[in-house]
Design a binder for this molecule. Structure first.
Ligand code: HAM
Length: 425
């Protein structure tokens, strides 16, 4: 029997890892300049954490979690997202007591959702996310959105659309909730069982039902935006003003409610508008969650953040035909001709590597021609050739592959020579 990866997962093969590493390093560098320090939390958490935060009536909790019982009979769940764990850690480690607020955190790692497999939708995917906890300043909403946009611009994407909305405060949500119940109740028998369940528990979730998407009542449903309290409206105006100051273009989408329960006020998504991008165009999602810290057992502290998956970012790059600049080339390939030379070659590549010069050689005892071909395929910048006569003279032949120039360099000087050529300190 031949084994295959589980459905919805993938191997990232060595020819693709340089792309991943490049993106990861861009993300880490941006986290450094925006000052969102990395936090690493476990891959699994107590199931109740996600039920309480993401929400009992959401698709994620109801249908998509990888939940299992451990040997001690506890219910654990592979994390479907990173906000719940981050906020749990914030509360558990009493970060709200630190002198400098807000606490700005970032994370990167695998998340798990049992979703139907399709382009851009995996069961294991890597999210990069940030959370700014401890400030209700609309300027930080703009900072978080700017950070997300900056990521896509830095990797070279252009076909982007930023959608924003406000989900308001608790009062907004309560009045809107009543309006939704009144709207759907007379026709609820025409909806799926999930929606029937959601009606009393969380009618907002009906709006992102995948089954009843086309029902005419969906179009005419009361919009949150019409129920915003004056404070919520003012907050949203401020966020928009800061976005304008930053020169960030946006579109307000009153139907944007997001698929997780913890959101209040600002919600946003970044979509790819590239032709040929699959059906799922959302690259990034985020928003404010002012009640979440308290819900998880902490003080009443506001927060905001976003998350994106590297998988979808890569799809967007492909759809726009953007090539990342990858530095995967080999600095030097060493070719030894003869047994004595081979001994010297082994010694040389070791001294190259000690100085940070990437080096490789043949381990199959192939002929010179085959070794040159390898050097070409590996995109070696230099080839160092050691033959018997060179060895006697105490020199090596160095070939610069791009120009084809060849020269003799003293063996004792070769490390310095290459360091200089490669601009390595
Ligand atoms: P989310 O909208 O569920 O939000 O996911 C955020 C991003 O994760 C999506 O926009 C997409 O890029 C990626 N993603 C989600 N599911 C999949 C999947 N099955 N396959 C590939 N990529 C996927 C959250 O997770 C929130 N925690 C975001 C947040 C942080 N809000 C505040 N702070």
């Amino acid at each position: 029997m031949a084994f295959k990866v589980p459905r919805g997962t993938q191997d990232i093969l060595p020819e693709n890892t340089p792309k991943w590493q490049k993106i990861e390093s861009i993300l880490r560098e941006l986290a450094r300049v925006y000052r969102y320090k990395e936090i690493r939390t476990p891959i699994f958490e107590h199931t109740e954490l996600f039920q309480r935060s993401v929400g009992d009536t959401t698709d994620i909790v109801q249908k998509e979690m990888y939940t299992f019982e451990d040997r001690g009979g506890r219910s654990l769940t592979l994390r479907p997202e990173g906000t719940a764990s981050t906020v749990r850690a914030y509360v558990e480690h009493k970060m709200y007591g630190a002198p400098d607020q807000p606490i700005k955190l970032s994370y990167m790692g695998p998340m798990f959702r049992y979703e139907r497999q399709q382009a851009g939708r995996y069961r294991q995917f890597v999210q990069f996310g940030v959370e700014a906890i401890g400030s209700a300043d609309p300027a930080i909403d703009a900072e978080v959105i700017a950070f997300a946009m900056d990521i896509y611009q830095t990797v070279g994407l252009k076909d982007l659309k930023l959608m924003i909305n406000s989900l308001g405060d608790k009062e907004t949500r309560d009045t809107h909730r009543t309006a939704l119940i009144n709207h759907f109740k007379p026709h609820i028998h025409e909806f799926c069982d999930d929606c029937k369940n959601r009606l009393e528990k969380n009618p907002l979730r009906i709006l992102d039902c995948k089954v009843d998407r086309e029902h005419p009542l969906m179009q005419t449903a009361p919009k949150l935006t019409d129920y915003l309290t004056p404070t919520s409206r003012e907050y949203f105006e401020q966020v928009k003003k800061y976005l304008e100051i930053l020169g960030i273009e946006y579109e307000v989408d009153p139907n944007l409610v997001r698929g997780l329960d913890y959101y209040t006020h600002t919600a946003f998504e970044i979509m790819s508008t590239a032709e040929g991008f699959g059906a799922i165009t959302t690259l990034c999602g985020g928003g404010r969650y002012n009640g979440l810290v308290e819900e998880i057992g902490g003080p009443d502290v506001p927060g905001i953040g976003f998350a994106l998956s590297i998988e979808r970012l890569l799809l967007a790059l492909e759809a726009e035909g953007v090539e990342l600049e990858l530095d995967d080339a080999l600095d030097v390939y060493v070719i030894a001709l003869g047994d004595e030379a081979k001994l010297k070659a082994v010694e040389l590549i070791s001294s190259f590597r000690l100085k940070g010069i990437s080096a490789d050689m043949d381990y199959l005892m192939r002929k010179m021609k085959a070794q040159m071909k390898s050097a070409d395929r590996l995109q070696a910048k230099f080839v160092v050739i050691i033959g018997e006569t060179e060895l006697e003279e105490g020199v090596v032949v160095v070939k610069q592959m791009e120009t084809g120039n060849q020269e003799k360099v003293e063996i004792n000087e070769i490390v310095n020579y290459l360091k200089q050529q490669l601009s390595i300190d």
